[in-house]
Design a protein around this ligand. Structure first.
Ligand code: SF4
Ligand code: MSK
Length: 656
C-alpha cells in the first residue's frame, strides 16, 4: 500500500485515500500496484493481437523473434497499435459530437412537428419553447456557425438554421467524396490547409490524395481499422500519416462539432467565478455528482435539480436542498456554462464516493471507472448509468432518451433524493478544501474580453511581455502523483512568461491550486511580463477553455492568431502538453495538435519505444512534414525547459 502523500499532491485526495485505506476499500492505486510489473512488451508497443496466428511479440533487445508470424516487424506493429489508439480516441470524441448534432436535429424536428400541431409558432421558430427538450440558447452563435459553413441565413428562422447546421455536421461524419470536411474548410486558415494538403507528398507518399485532409470523420476511423488489419498497411510512414488524418477528423470534425453545437444548444461560455475540489460537496444537501463527458445529460440534471417539487422532496427527507457537482469533463461543461462547482478530476472519482456524502453518481460516457460501482457498494451511493452505450454491471440503469430528456432527468434526480435517508451521517467525511477560480474562457469570451480581437495578446507576444502560449490538456494517470506534473509544468512555464490556456483534467487541477485566480499572477510562479499582462487585462495567468472536446477552442484561437499573422499555425510560438496523459483520446488530441502544427509534450511515454523508426518519425521527421512533432519527457522541469526552448525557437524564426 502506498503512503497517502505518494498518490497525490491534492490534500483532499490524500485525506480520502487514507480513509479508503482505513476502511479497506481498494482504489486505483492498489489496482495499479497489483499489476506490477506491467508487461514490458505492452509498454514498448511490440505485442500484436491483430490476428489469430498471434499474439506475437518482438524481442525488444534485437534478438529473435524480430518478426510476427505474418512477418510484421517491430515498427509495423508499433505504428499499427498507435493508429488503433488514435482511432479509438477520435471515435470517442466524434461519437460525442455526433450525439450533439443528433440532439440539435431532434430538437429542430420536434419544433417543426409541434408547429404543425398548432403550438405557439414564434417560440418554436426561435427554438425557445420549453415544450422542446432542448432549446437554442445561443442564436447568435448558430448564425455565426451557419455563416462560416456557407449556409444562407437571410430570411431563415432559428429552427430552419438549426436543422441545416445539424444536417451539415452529420454529413461530415458519413460523406464519401474525397473533399475535406466542410467544418474543417469553414474553420481552418488557408496556410495550415496547405500544410495538410501537401504533408503526405513531403513524406514521400503522393498517393494520399489531398494529403492528410480528412474526408469523412467516420471514414478515417474505419480506414484506420482496415489499414491495421493483418496483411494491409505495413509501412510505418503511411500508417502514421493516416493517424494524423484520423486525428484531424477528430480535431476539425468530431470535437469541433461537439463544442460548437453544444454552445448553440446550451450557451457559449462567458467568464464566471466558480469553485473546485471535493470541498464543494455539502454535508446537509443531497449530493449528485455528474461524471463523464456529454452535457446533453448533465445540463438536464442541473435543470431538474432546480425543480421546486424535487427540492421540496429533498427537504421532506431532511436535506436543505440538492447540490449538483461535476467530475471530469461533463463537470467542466456545466462549470464553464453555469458555474456549477467541480468536485475533481479523473483520480478523484472514487475519492468523491469515499466521502460517504454522495447520493448518486450519474455517469454517461468515457473515463468512468467500473470500480466506482465497487466503491459505491461500501456506502449508500447509487451509480446511475444513463448512456445506451455504457452499461455498468451493478449500477442502476436509467437510460437517457433526448426526446424525453426532462422526464428522465427528473427520474434520475428523484432517485438520488430518495436515497438521502439511506445516508449514514456517522460515515460522512467531506474534506474542507475547495478553491475559487474564473472559468468560461471560450474563444468568444476571450475576444470580448480583449475588445473584439486578439491584438492585445499578439502585441504582448511581439513585445516579448508574453513569450508564447502553451495549451495544457489531458488526464490524471496513477503512474504519476496526481496533479504533480500538471502544476509543476504550469508553474515552470508561467515563470518564463508563457501564457497558459487549457482544458480537461489539467484545467481542474489548475483550478484546485488557485491558478485561475487573477491574484495568482502575484505569486513567484509567474514571471514579470506575464504578471504585467494579466494585471493589465484583469485575467488570471492561465485560462480555462473547457472540456476535452473543447481542445478545439484552443485550435480555433491559434488559428485566429495564425490568420492575423498570415502564417500556418506551425509558425507560432505555441506549444502543447499532456503532462499526465492516460486515455486514447489524449493520444488523438496530442496527434491532432502536432498535425495542426503545435509541437506537443507528453509526460507519459506512449507505447512506441519498441519501434525506433516510429519514434524517429514522431519526434523528428514530423517537423519536416507538418512543422511540429512530439516531445516525450517524464521530468516536468526538463519538459517545461524543452517547451520553452521550442517557443523561443519559433520566436526567432518569426524575427521577434
Ligand atoms: Fe502476429 Fe502478424 Fe497476426 Fe499481428 S497480424 S498477431 S504480428 S501474425
Ligand atoms: S476527463 S480524457 S481523464 S482529461 Fe475528459 Fe480527464 Fe482525460 Fe478523461
Amino acid at each position: 500500500m502506498k503512503k497517502y502523500k505518494e498518490v497525490s499532491i491534492d490534500s483532499t485526495t490524500q485525506q480520502m485515500y487514507e480513509r479508503a485505506q482505513e476502511m479497506g476499500i481498494e482504489t486505483v492505486w492498489e489496482r495499479l500496484e497489483k499489476q506490477q510489473p506491467q508487461c514490458g512488451y505492452g509498454l514498448l508497443g511490440v505485442c500484436c493481437r491483430n490476428c489469430m496466428m498471434g499474439p506475437c511479440r518482438i524481442n525488444p533487445f534485437g534478438g529473435e523473434p524480430t518478426r510476427g508470424v505474418c512477418g510484421a516487424d517491430a515498427d509495423t506493429i508499433v505504428a499499427r497499435n498507435l493508429l488503433r489508439m488514435i482511432a479509438a480516441g477520435a471515435a470517442a470524441h466524434s461519437d460525442h459530437g455526433r450525439h450533439v448534432a443528433l440532439t440539435l436535429l431532434i430538437a429542430a424536428e420536434m419544433a417543426e412537428k409541434f408547429k404543425k400541431e398548432g403550438k405557439p409558432v414564434l417560440e418554436l421558430d426561435n427554438m425557445a419553447s420549453n415544450t422542446l427538450p432542448y432549446q437554442v440558447r445561443d442564436a447568435e452563435k448558430l448564425k455565426a456557425v451557419a455563416e462560416r459553413l456557407g449556409i444562407e441565413t437571410e430570411g431563415k428562422t432559428i429552427r430552419e438554421l438549426a436543422k441545416e447546421v445539424a444536417e451539415v455536421a452529420l454529413h461530415d461524419f458519413g460523406k464519401q467524396d474525397e473533399e475535406a470536411l466542410r467544418f474543417l474548410k469553414a474553420y481552418l486558415n488557408p496556410k495550415t490547409y496547405e500544410v495538410f494538403e501537401t504533408a503526405a507528398a513531403k513524406a514521400g507518399m503522393p498517393w494520399f490524395e489531398n494529403g492528410i485532409l480528412p474526408r469523412g470523420i467516420d471514414r478515417e476511423i474505419v480506414e484506420s481499422l482496415h489499414r491495421t488489419h493483418i496483411g494491409t498497411d505495413h509501412d510505418p510512414v503511411s500508417i502514421l500519416l493516416h493517424g494524423l488524418k484520423t486525428s484531424l477528423g477528430d480535431a476539425w470534425g468530431g470535437s469541433l462539432i461537439a463544442t460548437e453545437l453544444q454552445d448553440i444548444l446550451f450557451g457559449t461560455p462567458q467568464v464566471i467565478k466558480a469553485e473546485a475540489n471535493l470541498g464543494v460537496l455539502k454535508e446537509d444537501y443531497v449530493n449528485i455528482v455528474v461524471h463523464g463527458h456529454e452535457p446533453v445529460l448533465s445540463e438536464k440534471i442541473v435543470e431538474a435539480a432546480q425543480d421546486p417539487e424535487l427540492i421540496e422532496l429533498a427537504q421532506k427527507y431532511g436535506a436543505k436542498g440538492i447540490n449538483v457537482v461535476g467530475m471530469c469533463c461533463t463537470g467542466l461543461e456545466v462549470l464553464m456554462r453555469h458555474g456549477i462547482p467541480i468536485a475533481g478530476n479523473f483520480l478523484q472519482q472514487e475519492m468523491a464516493i469515499v466521502t460517504g456524502a454522495v447520493e448518486a453518481m450519474v455517469v454517461d460516457v468515457q473515463c468512468i471507472m467500473p470500480a466506482t460501482v465497487d466503491v459505491a457498494r461500501c456506502f449508500h451511493t447509487k451509480i446511475i448509468d444513463t448512456s445506451p452505450l455504457a452499461t455498468f454491471p451493478g449500477a442502476i440503469h436509467i437510460k437517457f432518451d433526448e426526446r424525453r430528456a426532462d422526464e428522465i432527468a427528473k427520474e434520475i434526480v428523484r432517485t438520488a433524493v430518495e436515497n438521502f435517508p439511506n445516508r449514514s451521517k456517522k460515515r460522512v467525511e467531506i474534506p474542507k478544501e475547495k478553491m475559487a477560480g474564473y472559468v468560461g474562457f471560450s474563444v468568444e469570451a476571450i475576444l470580448k474580453h480583449f475588445g473584439g480581437n486578439l491584438k492585445p495578446i499578439e502585441e504582448a507576444i511581439v513585445e516579448g511581455k508574453i513569450k508564447g502560449v502553451a495549451g495544457l490538456v489531458g488526464c490524471n494517470n496513477p503512474k504519476i502523483k496526481q496533479d504533480h506534473n500538471h502544476i509543476k509544468i504550469a508553474n515552470e512555464l508561467m515563470k518564463r512568461d508563457v501564457l497558459l490556456i487549457g482544458t480537461g483534467c489539467w484545467a481542474t487541477a489548475a483550478m484546485k491550486y488557485g491558478i485561475f485566480l487573477p491574484e495568482y499572477a502575484d505569486t513567484d510562479n509567474v514571471g514579470p511580463g506575464l504578471r504585467e499582462f494579466a494585471k493589465e487585462w484583469g485575467i488570471p495567468p492561465a485560462l480555462n477553455m473547457g472540456s476535452c472536446v473543447d481542445c478545439t477552442r484552443m485550435l480555433v484561437l491559434a488559428d485566429l492568431i495564425a490568420r492575423d499573422l498570415n502564417v500556418p499555425i506551425s509558425a507560432l510560438p505555441v506549444v502543447g502538453s499532456a503532462p499526465e496523459a492516460m486515455t486514447e483520446k489524449a493520444v488523438s488530441i496530442g496527434t491532432y495538435f502536432v498535425a495542426s502544427g503545435i509541437t506537443t509534450h507528453l509526460g507519459i511515454v506512449p507505447p512506441v519505444l519498441g519501434g525506433p523508426k516510429v519514434v524517429k518519425i514522431l519526434t523528428q521527421d514530423l517537423y519536416d512534414i507538418v512543422g511540429a512533432a512530439f516531445i516525450v519527457e517524464p521530468d516536468p522541469y526538463k519538459a517545461a525547459r524543452l517547451m520553452y526552448d521550442h517557443i523561443m525557437k519559433k520566436r526567432k524564426e518569426l524575427g521577434i
